[in-house]
Design a protein. Structure first.
Length: 422
């Protein structure tokens, strides 16, 4: 099992650059399936999840190169409409190719993603939406097959039961190429990554408006053309390091960032009494004395992001008083709490709420990372703790954080990584 050994008693201090957004680039790469002409995507983070999406594109028949943060996607001879479970299993976002691939091949067969450590995570909204578009959907032997209708309806309105990020992206990208159709997606997710996908698709000639509002309107076009597009900075990565600054009583500045994408976090940091300085493309957060406990609710954007919930817990673990964190997006996202408690935290979970009673300090222990964001939360806690923390299953973290060790090293962290023995 891969391990990270983290030295404690560290105050993270210094300046680092934000990487490109993982959650933006994955659906953008999935949408390139629909584009014949060469597409260039810049500011792409070097991450396992990005490699998985590139493998899927290659498996389908695309020619993909990835060098120095730039991905180029070109069309090969034939496109295959089949994505095996083996690739979908590694990452849920793989399922986002089903709509775009069906638009090109007439049909697509993609492994149905299973549950994961943070909850069941079904894809029913994706499938109901595609059905509302006229697709025929069937499931057999763990695969989902989507077949496009012989003709698309002129007017389609689909209201999502919940503003799912992945389903909004799936439906928006698919509808972009439904020539002659006017599609309205209601109760759409409003995350900045949705606006980024809209920006990318429109730069290829799509006609989409409304991203960042609950209603997205798409006029399908005949063809999408080549583009050269730069993805937005990763707001979750930015938030992780800023919360790391507070967890370790440090001082961190992130450049090439978008503070306007983390306003819900900034307002909680203000409430806690953190030092904050920012401009349009950088933000600095520093510890300037004891922090205050807070009540945080994770919600769809523009609410507090669920992906920052675990790192927020680490930051609150040593804040005097009781903080409450309520998880409203995933049903099972407190799996890491027992690990933090092994390090001396006093956190009780009751249904969707975690009650965090601030302790004087954490102590290093052996813990296991259940998922990407919880892994990062354990690292931040380990840096602040007294002594050494051993984090098992750490490869999760590298799925989501580019140059994780290098960036933390620049902020003064001391860590050693031991990869899987096999
Ligand atoms: C995306 C992000 C992930 C983030 C999440 C919520 C990517 C690659 N991943 O995941 O980091 O934590 O948004 O901000 O962008 N749901 C259903 N049926 C569906 C789809 C979703 O019930 O068909 C439920 C999920 O189980 C979950 C909630 O809706 O409880 C939100 O999920 P969703 O917004 O779709 O998350 P993802 O797109 O998978």
């Amino acid at each position: 099992m891969s391990q990270l050994i983290v030295m404690g008693n560290t105050h993270l201090k210094g300046e680092i650059q934000a990487s490109g957004s993982k959650n933006s680039v994955l659906p953008i790469l999935a949408a390139t399936v629909m584009i014949d002409e060469p597409v260039v995507i810049r500011n792409v983070p070097e991450l396992k999840d990005v490699q998985t999406m590139i493998s899927i594109l290659q498996q389908i028949g695309k020619i993909v190169t990835f060098k120095d943060g730039t991905v180029t996607v070109k069309s090969g001879e034939i496109l295959v409409g089949n994505v095996p479970y083996e690739l979908v299993r590694k990452m849920r976002a793989s399922f986002n190719v089903i709509g775009p691939l069906a638009m090109i091949c007439g049909w697509a067969k993609v492994g149905k993603p299973g549950g994961c450590n943070i909850g069941q995570r079904p894809v029913d909204f994706h499938l109901k939406g595609l059905e509302a578009f006229g697709f025929k959907i069937s499931e057999e032997h763990g695969d989902v097959t989507a077949i496009i209708p012989s003709e698309f309806k002129k007017e389609i309105i689909y209201a999502l039961p919940f503003p799912s990020v992945g389903a909004t992206e799936q439906l928006m990208a698919t509808a972009a190429l439904m020539a002659g159709s006017h599609v309205i997606i209601e109760n759409a997710a409003r995350e900045p990554e949705i606006s980024d996908l809209q920006g990318f698709l429109n730069s290829c000639g799509a006609s989409i408006k409304g991203a960042s509002t609950p209603t997205i309107e798409i006029h399908g076009v005949e063809k999408l053309h080549s583009t050269d597009y730069t993805v937005i900075p990763d707001r979750i990565e930015t938030g992780t390091y800023l919360l790391g600054a507070l967890t370790t009583k440090g001082d961190v500045k992130i450049t090439s960032a978008r503070p306007d994408h983390i306003l819900a976090l900034i307002s909680i940091l203000e409430e806690m009494g953190a030092g904050i300085e920012k401009d349009s493309d950088w933000i600095r957060v520093y510890w300037r004395g004891p922090l205050r406990p807070v009540r945080v609710y994770s919600e769809p954007y523009p609410g507090f992001p669920t992906d920052l919930q675990p790192v927020m817990t680490s930051a609150l673990a040593t804040v005097e008083g009781t903080s409450i964190l309520e998880e409203n997006v995933f049903e099972n996202r407190f799996g890491y709490v027992d690990e933090l408690n092994r390090m001396g935290a006093k956190i009780k979970v009751s249904s969707r709420q975690a009650f965090i009673a601030g302790v004087h300090g954490l102590s290093g222990a052996e813990v296991t990372a259940p998922d990407i964001r919880a892994g990062a939360a354990l690292v931040m806690a380990g840096l602040a703790a007294d002594g050494e923390t051993v984090i098992n299953n750490v490869t999760h973290i590298f799925r989501g954080y580019e140059k994780f060790q290098e960036k933390l090293g620049r902020l003064g962290a001391k860590m050693a990584f031991y990869p899987d023995e096999e």
